[in-house]
Design a protein around this ligand. Structure first.
Ligand code: FES
Length: 151
């Protein structure tokens, strides 16, 4: 049985919660693990992803230059590891923008890195918070076998 996942969306009050409309976007069977569906709701293009049985939704607009982020590939990433060791993991959780390759955690909408802090040719290294670089996410629930997007 699919697990339910409610994605981050900070709501100011119960009134805002009630204003969010429900949009049935299909059945669980139509969106098996590893698949995605891009839908238009409330004037927004939103990608809904099934990652290992959990559902996530991201705004289909890259914060870099507005690329169709949700049409990008889902991959893994290099994990922290000791020098000389190379570990790969989180397969299917990292969404890569098809335009310029910015990568985002499909579970949170947060970027993995910032181009301001990581350039190929660099003489100065800075570490900057990525808090401001996030894709808008929306709650997704499963109700009696149907995937429901809340916008
Ligand atoms: S528009 Fe997505 S990385 Fe540039």
């Amino acid at each position: 049985m699919p697990r339910l996942t409610r994605r981050r969306r900070t709501l100011g009050s119960a009134e805002e919660d009630e204003r969010m409309a429900r949009h049935v976007i299909g059945t669980v069977e139509e969106l098996p693990p590893g698949q995605r569906k891009i839908v238009e709701v409330e004037g927004l293009s939103i990608g809904v992803f099934n990652v290992g049985g959990n559902f996530y939704a991201l705004k289909n607009r890259c914060p870099h230059q507005g690329g169709p982020l949700c049409m990008g590939s889902l991959k893994g990433t290099a994990l922290p590891s000791p020098p000389g060791e190379y570990r790969w993991g989180r397969e299917g959780e990292i969404l890569r923008c098809p335009w310029h390759g910015w990568e985002f955690d499909v579970r949170t909408g947060r970027s993995l890195w910032s181009p301001d802090g990581c350039r190929v040719r660099a003489y100065e290294v800075t570490i900057e918070s990525e808090d401001g670089v996030a894709v808008e996410t929306y709650p997704v629930t499963v109700e009696r076998g149907r995937v429901v997007l809340h916008v």
